[in-house]
Design a binder for this molecule. Structure first.
Ligand code: ZN
Length: 317
């Protein structure tokens, strides 16, 4: 199933054509065994040389073992781009006293999902009901995929947070794999007892529909009743910070940039405060111009990082 990098580009191209609208509520895909060739063991990550340093920050305990069913390597991979750190260093985020905090960053979807329908359509637990493991995500009319956007922003964000002393765990380690599934994406945050988790996405709606919105968990007894409120606090801080990047709150969904959802496994199964940031509408020309801009993506990551550090500072014991 896996394809070489070159072929992946072709796949991505196809995906962008196939993908319709909506980022699909849940952006995550599971990674059945097929998943990449990535070294499954967390420990093995050591092989990755450069990236290791960064990743080492994360509690090695997060060991993929627990997280991922053997084969996959995605989860454990906390490793993000090695360069992230440097990128972050240049950011405007203050590196307050964030040492000791753990943040899980979940880049929605995955570049290989479009070529693994059987895997991503597999039904998984989503919080009292079952739903597909993940979806392909959306794309701009020009073919820039949501998974690529999510991946890029997430890595920029990881660099900024690490530069501030935060331990970062990513739910996938590339944009060419499949999954992981929504239940596992949530499970990773629980496994590492993250202080907060943020899932990065972009929406796919009609042209003219603009802006970002933040998806927060509704209060589901036995599932999210314990994280609903802190998740909303995080969302409110994000809503204050994000407009400065140049993207306005949504004019077509939610209320002033925030929308409550109870149908997302990625939120329902989380035991730690968590939100989805739907960064804009990839099908709107104005939003797409921003989302495809590296400069915007850097500003976006900086605002998310600033909001995250504010949220963490308020939870310091
Ligand atoms: Zn999405």
């Amino acid at each position: 199933m896996r394809l070489p990098a070159g072929a992946m580009l072709l796949v991505l191209g196809l995906v962008s054509v196939v993908v319709v609208a909506g980022c699909g509520d849940e952006p995550r895909a599971a990674a059945p065994s097929t998943v990449l060739t990535v070294p499954s063991q967390p420990t093995s990550t050591a092989t990755t040389s450069s990236s290791i340093t960064t990743s080492s920050a994360v509690p090695s305990t997060v060991a993929p073992t627990t997280i991922a069913p053997a084969t996959t390597a995605t989860a454990p991979s906390l490793p993000d781009p090695p360069d992230t750190t440097s990128a972050g260093a240049s950011g405007t985020v203050e590196s307050a006293t964030s040492a000791g905090f753990v943040v899980v960053i979940d880049p929605g979807h995955n570049g290989g999902n479009g070529s693994a329908s059987a895997e991503i359509n597999r039904q998984v637990e989503a919080g009292g009901f079952r739903k597909a493991c993940d979806t392909t995500g959306t794309a701009t009319n020009g073919g820039y995929s949501e998974s690529a956007f999510n991946w890029d922003v997430s890595n920029r964000l990881a660099g900024l947070l690490r530069a501030a002393g935060v331990q970062v765990v990513m739910t996938r380690d590339s944009d060419s794999g499949v999954g992981p599934c929504i239940d596992r994406r949530a499970g990773i945050g629980n496994l590492v007892s993250a202080d907060v988790a943020v899932s990065v996405h972009a929406d796919g709606s009609g042209a003219g529909n603009r802006g970002f919105h933040i998806l927060v968990p509704g209060s589901l007894p036995g599932f999210t009743d314990d994280i609903a409120e802190p998740s909303r606090q995080y969302a409110r801080i994000l809503r204050e910070e994000l407009p400065a990047a140049g993207m306005p709150p949504s004019n077509y969904v939610g209320s002033d940039g925030i929308m409550v959802r109870t149908d997302l496994g990625g939120l329902n199964l989380s035991d730690v405060p968590k939100v989805f940031v739907e960064s804009g509408n990839m099908r709107d020309p104005t939003d797409a111009a921003l989302l495809t801009s590296p400069e915007f993506r850097q500003r976006w990551a900086e605002r998310i990082a600033a909001a995250t550090l504010r949220f963490l500072s308020g939870r310091r014991p």
